[in-house]
Write a protein that binds this ligand. Structure first.
Ligand SMILES: [Mn+2]
Length: 239
């Protein structure tokens, strides 16, 4: 049985051929391709306000996008460098994320998905990385399919076990970063400037967040993240 992996979607407004605007749900295909390559069945989850029973899914992928998590989720007022928020999407993803944690459904958070995972368990973010002293730019100029900076991986982390390494190069396309870690969250990887680049919740079967986009990087260590996630979501045989 290939596991069903829910993937949270983005939304935008585009125009039809008559130039009339309409709203749509969209998802970068690299997420679905990475899940399929790892042996899972990708299931796109639009934020329609429909109640999604995550227990019917075997795994949940919370994705990123060109938006910021509402600062009210971590008790802050918006600061000047906060980007655009997507209230509907964040509300939906927060509910999904909490339900997955509650049900111990394997969960992978990518980029903004990692930030959300941290926030839903009580963590905070820097609304822009310039609010943290001595932090490098993490918005790479080159294509996102190329790595940009090094991360060191905590040797005793699940991520180190999954990737079988304590260091690798990753892509970087984010302007927000983790400030304080949430409850029972450990930092699994950091960049050279000290920015937290991966987190995990050791009390769960599989709850990992990565600040980078492994689905865009073609290396065995990056594929291993999606493979381990889909494997953790595998329904046990004989049930
Ligand atoms: Mn980075």
């Amino acid at each position: 049985m290939n596991p069903l992996i829910g993937i949270s979607c983005d939304s935008d407004t585009t125009v039809d051929k008559r130039n009339i605007p309409y709203d749509r749900f969209v998802s970068p295909r690299a997420y679905a391709d990475a899940i399929a390559l790892a042996g899972g069945i990708p299931v796109l989850l639009p934020h329609t306000f429909a109640l999604i029973d995550v227990v019917r899914l075997d795994g949940l992928l919370i994705t990123g996008g060109n938006f910021d998590i509402p600062p009210s989720y971590y008790g802050e007022e918006p600061r000047p460098l906060l980007g655009q928020v997507n209230e509907e999407r964040s509300y939906f993803e927060k509910a999904l994320c909490l339900a997955a944690l509650e049900g111990d459904i394997p969960l992978l958070g990518v980029c903004g998905g990692m930030q959300l995972l941290n926030v839903v368990v009580g963590g905070t973010l820097y609304q822009d990385l310039s609010y943290r002293p001595q932090t490098d730019i993490h918005e790479q100029p080159q294509a996102r399919t190329l790595p940009h900076h090094e991360v060191s991986i905590a040797p005793n982390s699940k991520l180190a076990c999954v990737c079988d390494t304590t260091g690798m190069r990753v892509n970087s396309t984010h302007h927000q970063i983790i400030h304080n870690l949430g409850m029972h969250v450990s930092a699994a990887a950091t960049a050279l400037d000290g920015v937290i680049e991966a987190i995990e919740l050791p009390g769960h079967t599989f709850a990992i967040g990565v600040q980078w986009h492994p689905e865009l990087l073609d290396s065995p260590q990056q594929h291993a993240i999606y493979r381990a996630f889909v494997k953790a979501a595998q329904p046990s045989s004989g049930e």
